[in-house]
Ligand binder design. Structure first.
Ligand code: KG4
Ligand code: ZN
Length: 340
């Protein structure tokens, strides 16, 4: 079964053609980063306008690269939630129109389940159950995964998402956008032992494996003020700062993750989302010999259409599809045993 997957939840306009939920025939990602860079963050109005301008060309290129025409597509899917509603609507409406015109089934996908599916587009399919580590710009979710659509949340952030903390720290210190990429790069040249940032003390979390990032973000941002007060702002080494921040951010994740593994007795961990590209997170997790950690290839960590097409195939394969009345929503639908 050949599925076209479309992803427009944020600032990547993406489409891909995937065979049987496994073989990527094409994966086109048109990034809007240059248009949002000067604002150090995604401007929703610019994002939706660019998606509107680009979506036709991006889908056309995905079909062309896959050597397919619309008539060869057996099912079409798009991200419906969570994300920027104006952006989601572009991909979702395009997918519905495509499905209607070609008379194939349509599926409205969840973005976080798609990120979780990305690792299954590689050679080795990890066996269920496993612990999911979903780390993106908008979400931080640690969950037990029993199937592609059967997910139980064990922990989430009580404030900022981990990617958001990377982005906000990078913005404050003018390191570049998107922040995670630049912090990862700067940290490689820095000493992670120079600054000691506090680990959060979580009392009010709903889940045992919750995390928190606003305290760390504030502590890192305040360093500049402290150096300024001493008249030493110029001597603040940003590479050391980036390395120390990144180390603490990753340790927060690992502490919650290890707890999830201990509680469930599961030691396979599958990661997904933009922050899963982080080199320190990858190398740090590799140190745990008792854990089997699976990461998607770097090009499938960030937003892409292949993960949407792959996930959708699984629904189609068991006869599922969505109605055209499914619409976009900004928030993650509540994860439950059977989802969505
Ligand atoms: O999954 P994604 O592309 O979009 C969302 O669904 O949010 O994730 C984007 C996030 C941004 O916060 C970005 O700074 C972060 O992923 N990111 C990274 C790295 N590459 C991207 N964070 C840490 N290290 C990286 N190498
Ligand atoms: Zn994403």
């Amino acid at each position: 079964m050949t599925v076209l997957g479309i992803e427009t939840s944020c600032d990547e306009c993406a489409a891909a053609v995937v065979e049987d939920g496994k073989t990527i025939l094409s994966n086109v990602v048109a990034t809007q980063i240059p248009f949002h860079k000067e604002f150090s963050g995604v401007v929703p109005e610019i994002a939706s306008r660019k998606h509107t301008e680009w979506i036709y060309g991006v889908v056309e290129e995905a079909l062309l690269k896959a050597g397919k025409t619309p008539r060869n597509i057996d099912g079409v899917a798009a991200t419906a939630h969570p994300g920027l509603v104006g952006s989601l609507l572009v991909g979702l409406t395009f997918a519905k129109a495509f499905a209607w015109a070609t008379r194939v089934p349509f599926l409205a996908c969840d973005h976080m389940l798609a990120h979780l599916y990305a690792a299954r587009l590689c050679e080795n399919n990890p066996e269920y159950p496993y612990i999911g580590l979903l780390v993106s710009g908008g979400h931080t979710i640690i969950c037990r995964v029993d199937n592609f659509d059967t997910v139980e949340v064990l922990g989430t952030t009580i404030d900022d998402a981990v990617g958001e903390a990377f982005d906000k720290v990078a913005k404050h210190y003018g390191l570049g956008y998107p922040g995670g990429v630049y912090i990862d790069e700067a940290a490689r040249k820095g000493d992670a032992g120079v600054f000691e940032f506090p680990m959060p003390n979580l009392h009010k979390g709903e889940h045992r494996c919750d995390v928190s990032y606003s305290g760390l973000k504030t502590a890192v941002v305040n360093q500049l003020e402290q150096f300024r007060k001493k008249g030493q702002a110029g001597s603040l080494n940003l590479c050391d700062l980036a390395a120390s921040f990144q180390k603490t951010a990753v340790e927060i994740l690992i502490r919650a993750l290890l707890r999830a593994c201990r509680d469930t007795g599961i030691n396979t961990v599958v990661s997904g989302g933009g922050v899963a590209a982080n080199s320190y997170l990858r190398s740090r997790l590799a140190q745990y010999e008792t854990l089997n950690c699976v990461f998607p290839p770097l090009e499938l960590c960030g937003d892409n259409g292949a993960m949407v097409a792959g996930l959708a195939y699984q629904y189609f394969a068991r006869g599922g599809s969505s109605s055209f009345s499914e619409t976009a929503s900004a928030r993650v639908k509540e994860f439950k045993r059977r989802y969505p």
